[in-house]
Ligand binder design. Structure first.
Ligand code: ADP
Length: 493
């Protein structure tokens, strides 16, 4: 569960689920209580009616026996009172403090065991302090709601008990009645609400997605001029975007200062290096120079040249970063340029004992900067020679691939480990394995960074395929243009 959207929806689902469960429980218990109240009122009414019938009966109370436990005893209730009581619904019993005087036919239909349990409840369970409640009788097991009215007026000296009871099974039916709609509607409500919550969370988090997309566009020091859109300063995301913008502005300032420093420092170093170089050369060619000093002067000259190269590369990259380095693009045929670079590479290859061959040379033109593209191609070829052992081969191929001009430089050299490939175009990055040799040959790890910058400035791509110990292939593709019309030979330059 990683996304905020999923987490919000889950939290909402849990809260809603708990709420619905509590609500269902409250509804079930409230409706049960309401049903019990209705039942109680009904039974109350029966008790009141029973009491009223007894009161009206007056002197005719003892005319004949309707129900008596002891046939020898005096008749407890008259037939007319009994017939009126028989019209009452449910179970009705009239008793004095110790004897059952009357019971409706519904009581007589109960099993003997159930009748005994009901009688016991009338005399033992219910008291004036607790005159009503639910009891369970057997055969078949039934729950009865019983209400007893004590001390009803009687002409026999002692108070009569009027007992009314009704089946309490309907209370369970009420619970079932309410469960069915709950079981159908609540899951439906839950499902629809969770879907709505998922949708709402998505809508509300959309600005966050936009923020992430905008931030992703600011991927390196060169895109620090971009800012996140801030519509109002009211919501949290806008405040966040404002804070991020302020941070980007500070970063932009620091980056600019750093780049300016590198550019200025490189620029300032150029002149003293040139002077130094000239001085060393003069010292080497001065009359009387030589002997022990010459190797030291030669080394100093080589190091000065290396340092000048470094300063040049740094200046190139610093200016490119600042956007100050304009590329001067013009319609350019690549064949003469590649031929020229190939010749230089052949000379370098001969010195290093490496065969340099031209595999393909298809006529193709680009809109490009001749100086920079030459630098790019030469860089790839010198690298190929630099990182290939004596006896190896370097091949060059210029092809037209659809809409692109492609230059591939392949070597059978040391290769690059798969783990190193992602860093190959980083500044100052050099594979450890090759370090000692490249140091000999003066590499700083800036050549490929510059090559990549030149390619990107031409709207192209540079890729590398390599296997350690097997060699590498660097491929540059640049959008091709139509070949410029052929001009007379000799006027090409
Ligand atoms: P350097 O001046 O050190 O050659 P680059 O930026 O041109 O700097 O290259 C960076 C690193 O990439 C090199 O140090 C080397 O380890 C590796 N590399 C570049 N080209 C090749 C190649 N053709 N074969 C093997 N490794 C290479």
């Amino acid at each position: 569960m990683r996304s905020i959207r999923a987490r919000l929806t889950l939290a909402y689902a849990i809260a809603l689920g708990v709420t619905l469960l509590v609500f269902a429980a409250v509804m079930v218990s409230a409706s049960r209580r309401a049903a019990q109240n209705v039942l109680q009122r009904r039974v109350d009414n029966v008790v009141m009616l029973g009491s009223a019938i007894l009161e009206q009966a007056g002197t005719s109370l003892f005319e004949s026996v309707v129900v008596a436990e002891d046939p020898g005893a005096s008749p407890p209730l008259s037939a007319s009172v009994g017939s009126r009581l028989a019209t009452l619904p449910g179970y009705v019993i009239i008793a004095d403090s110790s004897r059952l005087l009357y019971a409706t036919a519904s009581v007589a239909q109960l099993s003997p065991k159930a009748q005994a349990q009901l009688r016991q409840a009338v005399f033992r369970v219910f008291t004036p302090a607790q005159p009503a409640g639910i009891i369970t009788i057997d055969g078949p097991p039934t729950r009865l709601f019983v209400q007893v009215a004590f001390d009803r007026p009687s002409q026999r000296g002692s108070g009569l008990r009027v007992v009314a009871a009704e089946s309490a099974d309907e209370l369970d039916l009420v619970r079932l009645d309410i469960f069915a709609p709950i079981l159908v509607t609540f899951p439906l409500i839950f499902l629809l609400s969770v879907i709505a919550a998922w949708g709402l969370a998505g809508v509300n988090l959309e600005p966050v997605d936009h923020l992430i997309a905008d931030l992703e566009a600011i991927e390196d020091g060169r895109s620090l001029h971009r800012r996140l859109p801030v519509e109002t300063d009211e919501n949290e995301l806008d405040r966040l975007a404002e804070r991020i913008n302020a941070m980007i502005a500070r970063l932009e300032g620091s980056f600019a200062a750093l780049r300016r420093f590198t550019a200025d420092a490189s620029h300032e170093l150029k002149t003293p290096l040139t002077v130094l170089r000239a001085d060393i050369e003069r010292a080497m060619t001065a009359p009387g120079a030589g002997g022990d000093q010459l190797p030291a002067l030669e080394e100093a000259l080589a190091e000065t040249a290396r340092m000048a190269d470094l300063v040049d590369s740094l200046l190139t990259l610093a200016r490119a970063d600042e956007g100050r380095f304009d590329i001067h693009r013009e319609p350019l045929e690549l064949v003469p340029m590649v031929e020229d670079v190939f010749e230089t590479a052949q000379i370098l290859g001969e010195e290093a004992g490496i065969t340099v061959t031209l595999l393909a040379l298809e006529p193709v033109a680009v809109q490009g900067d001749p100086v920079r593209l030459r630098q790019l191609f030469l860089n790839l070829l010198t690298n190929a020679i630099k990182y290939t052992s004596r006896g190896g081969t370097v091949t060059v191929a210029l092809e037209r691939r659809g809409e692109f001009a492609a230059l591939a430089v392949h070597d059978t050299g040391v290769g690059i480990a798969a783990a190193d490939l992602p860093y190959i175009f980083d500044r100052f990055w050099r594979a450890d394995r090759a370090r000692s040799r490249s140091a000999e040959r003066g590499g700083f790890g800036l050549g490929l960074a510059i090559a990549q910058w030149i390619t990107h400035a031409h709207g192209g791509t540079i890729t590398v395929a390599s296997r350690l110990g097997r060699g590498s292939t660097f491929t540059v593709t640049i959008p091709a243009t139509a070949l410029p019309p052929r001009v007379e030979s000799g006027a090409a330059d």
